[in-house]
Design a protein around this ligand. Structure first.
Ligand code: DGL
Length: 254
């Protein structure tokens, strides 16, 4: 079965899940991680849901077949929205953890507040998000903010560029000073959070689910008796076979 020394696999459409991997490493420095970004097929967020599901299942299968893995962290809100239930049915004994927009965290911080949720089109249109929204939208005012094109800029290594700042000003300028919290509902977005904060101003708090996902992963591994001690390790993989992508992933990992 599964062993403490097995890897924790972390999956995203591209380099975004590195923002979750950073939290996972911080919380569990002794663990061995294998990160896979499906860069050949990114972005997922503008694809039909069925395609995202197929790609996510293929990635999970590849990781399980090629490496000894004890858990899978789907570090992608889009893939979680499209495929987490199917993954759990396909691998009933396997620890599978997903990530979803941190709307609960935002509503807990600001009861009755004004909250924006920035995420991909797939995440915002899926039933999973509708359920989440209906738990909080009677109490809070929630604005859905899709950001098509932003993942491409970050994947292209342009997260810090003037072009990205222009993009974010156009998208978020109308919300400046009008939100209590903005939920970063895509794992790519924490990599541009400084610019987002600059555009929205100091009265808006930015929240994302990376730390919560890391805590949940640790809790599940602990419960299963699968937490490891020893020298930690990270293996980075991506599907394009592009050294520049791995370099970008390494840089974002820090
Ligand atoms: N990082 C992914 C997420 O959290 C989405 C990126 C994409 O569109 O591929 O939703």
């Amino acid at each position: 079965m599964y062993a403490k020394d097995d890897y924790i696999a972390v999956f995203d459409s591209g380099v975004g899940g590195i923002s979750v991997l950073r939290q996972l490493r911080k919380l569990m420095p002794d663990e061995k991680f294998i990160y896979f970004g499906d860069t050949a097929n990114a972005p997922y967020g503008s694809r039909p849901t069925s395609e995202v599901r197929t790609l996510t299942l293929a990635a999970a299968q590849m990781l399980r077949e090629k490496y000894p893995v004890k858990a899978l962290v789907v570090a992608c809100n889009t893939a979680t929205a499209a495929a987490i239930e199917t993954l759990r049915v396909a691998y009933p004994d396997f620890i599978v953890i997903g990530i979803e927009p941190a709307l609960k965290l935002a509503a807990d911080h600001f009861p009755g507040g004004r909250i924006g949720v920035m995420a991909t089109q797939v995440t915002l249109r899926e039933e999973k998000f509708d359920h989440l929204l209906h738990r909080f939208d009677r109490e809070c005012t929630v604005a859905k903010i899709p950001a098509p094109g932003l993942v491409e800029l970050i994947e292209g290594g342009k997260g810090d560029s003037p072009e990205c700042e222009v993009f974010l000003r156009e998208l978020l300028g109308p919300y400046a000073g009008r939100l209590d919290a903005l939920v970063l509902g895509c794992t790519h977005y924490p990599f541009v959070q400084r610019t987002i904060a600059k555009v929205l101003g100091p009265e808006t708090i930015l929240l994302h689910g990376g730390a919560g996902t890391a805590r949940e992963t640790k809790r599940r591994l602990e419960k299963a008796g699968l937490l490891r001690t020893g020298q930690g390790e990270v293996i980075l993989l991506e599907s394009q076979g592009n050294p520049a992508k791995l370099e970008l992933a390494r840089r974002l990992l820090g």
